[in-house]
Design a protein around this ligand. Structure first.
Ligand code: V55
Ligand code: FE
Length: 473
């Protein structure tokens, strides 16, 4: 699309936008600025991050969209062409950019401590102006964070306002180093420790409870040798097992305990909590990587059905002397991008909203999903499923509480629908308790946004640094 946009007062074509919603729905969209010079460029994963936000105030919705000025973007702008090669492979780059951060800032936007960040798991955080989407620059938490990469899925502990985050390949491309950090509610780093993963792989998300952090090491492996040989940066290795690394919150790296289990690929974490003894962590897992463009390490073919993710609960007994874990499937249908009520991060919870899949990745319409669902992980309420519509795609749903005192799951589900035939998109604001009913409001864009992964709501008070707990405002 490559268009930077600034629109006031989007058309509300149905219903009414709740007036108390005061904040922004932030999405990062992969949108390559310069044509790739490599053949196997990967849709979305490698593309330049385009920050977008639906800003809500007094029942009106404004929209802004602006490229993140990463060091990479700035260098390519100056050259007037692409300088970076294949996904996660510095050996395929133009020599002029050697040593420069390769990050595209295209995964998630995070608000914490009054700052907004654009994140990509292979590079430092990029600080953004929360109200204009202008890029401020790379951020290292006042020179404390030296990890070369910061996860795109940090967690905010709603009880303390602390930010829990990590970086994998923390010492450089394809290293086994993982750096773990916690920042207090003001954004000051209060804890740091480093450890090694059993093997190098994509560690895309993390499970965080009140007392523990669980790092999923699953064999979407990443090896320096492959990079040097210009092979795919990531390959699925079914001969490796799964390791879940459990660290006490604010623990030391040497305290990590690795729990082993059968081979499968981690996708995203829904909720996680512990009772002092048992850790319960709900995640999507597929039999092999969700990403079909990452080949099997031994070159073998695979069944596309094995890429379909399912929501499963992992249970780890911290009092056992063993090194295994148990798991149970929570939902019958393949699903991804599970999101919970953010006020229940790290705590026992019930409400999940997510996308469902009916066909494997890359066969989907415009790379989007066709369904959004809500479910109760405790099985107390029936699941609900909403269909995007014929030739439509639907993005990651975000739950927004109705107000500060709303019960868990009482509020709205926001999601962007792409109407591919009409070439336009709509932001749906659904009643989280009745997602299949008439939307609370439908807000129209006069063009179609590209499909993307994640979208996060941050209230204005959160953007101003007055709180870290996501509320309606
Ligand atoms: C993901 C997305 C990425 C990436 C690695 O879901 C993993 C996952 C949009 O970029 O680089
Ligand atoms: Fe993700």
């Amino acid at each position: 699309m490559r268009a930077e946009i600034d629109l006031r007062a989007l058309e509300v074509i149905q219903g009414e936008v709740p007036r108390q919603l005061d904040g922004g729905f932030f999405r990062l969209i992969g949108d390559r600025k310069w044509p790739a010079f490599v053949e196997n460029d990967i849709f979305m994963l490698g593309e330049d991050g385009m920050a977008s936000c639906f800003y809500f105030k007094d029942g009106m919705v404004d929209f802004k969209m602006k490229y993140v000025r990463t060091p990479r973007f700035v260098a390519e702008e100056k050259a007037g062409r692409a300088l970076f090669g294949e996904y996660r492979n510095p050996f395929t780059d133009d020599p002029s950019v050697e040593g420069l951060s390769r990050g595209t800032a295209n995964v998630t936007m995070l608000a914490h401590g009054g700052k907004l960040f654009a994140l990509k798991e292979d590079s430092p955080a990029i600080e953004m102006n929360p109200f204009t989407l202008e890029t401020i620059g790379e951020y290292d938490w006042n020179e404390v964070v030296t990890s070369k990469a910061i996860t795109a899925h940090p967690k905010i502990d709603p009880k303390t306002g602390e930010l829990v985050f990590f970086g994998y390949c923390a010492a450089g491309p394809a290293t086994t180093d993982i750096a773990y950090y916690e920042a207090d509610a003001t954004g000051k780093i209060i804890h740091e420790t480093w450890f090694h993963a059993p093997y190098t792989c994509m560690v895309h998300d993390v499970m965080v409870t009140e007392n523990f952090v669980v790092f999923p090491v699953t064999p979407l492996r990443h090896e320096l040798e492959w990079l040097k040989r210009h092979e795919p940066a990531f390959k699925w290795d079914p001969t490796e097992q799964v390791y879940l690394g459990v660290l006490p919150r604010k623990g030391k790296g040497e305290q990590i305990r690795w729990f082993k289990g059968p081979t499968q690929c981690h996708g995203h974490t829904a909720g996680a909590f512990d009772d002092g003894r048992y850790i319960y962590a709900d995640n999507t897992f597929s039999k092999r990587s969700f990403f079909r463009f990452f080949p099997n390490a031994d070159g073998s073919d695979f069944d596309p059905a094995d890429t379909m993710p399912y929501l499963k609960r992992v249970i780890i007994d911290m009092e056992s002397n063993g090194d295994g874990f148990t798991e149970q499937q929570l939902f019958d249908y393949p699903c991804e991008l599970p999101r919970i009520d953010p006020r229940f991060e790290t705590m026992p919870y019930s409400f999940v909203t997510m996308n469902l899949l009916d066909v494997p990745e890359q066969e989907r319409i415009g790379h989007g999903f066709q369904w959004v669902a809500t479910m109760d992980v405790n099985g107390k309420k029936p699941a609900q499923i909403r269909y995007a519509g014929h030739n439509c795609s639907i993005g990651e749903p975000q739950f927004v509480p109705k107000n500060d005192t709303a019960a868990e799951g009482e509020g709205y589900v926001m999601t962007v629908v792409g109407r591919h035939e009409e070439k336009r998109s709509e932001l749906l604001i659904l009643d989280a308790q009745n997602i299949n009913g008439e939307p609370v409001a439908t807000v129209a864009l006069p063009f179609r946004l590209r499909s993307t992964g994640h979208g996060y709501w941050y209230g204005s008070r959160q953007l101003r640094g007055e709180t870290n707990v996501i509320g309606a405002w």
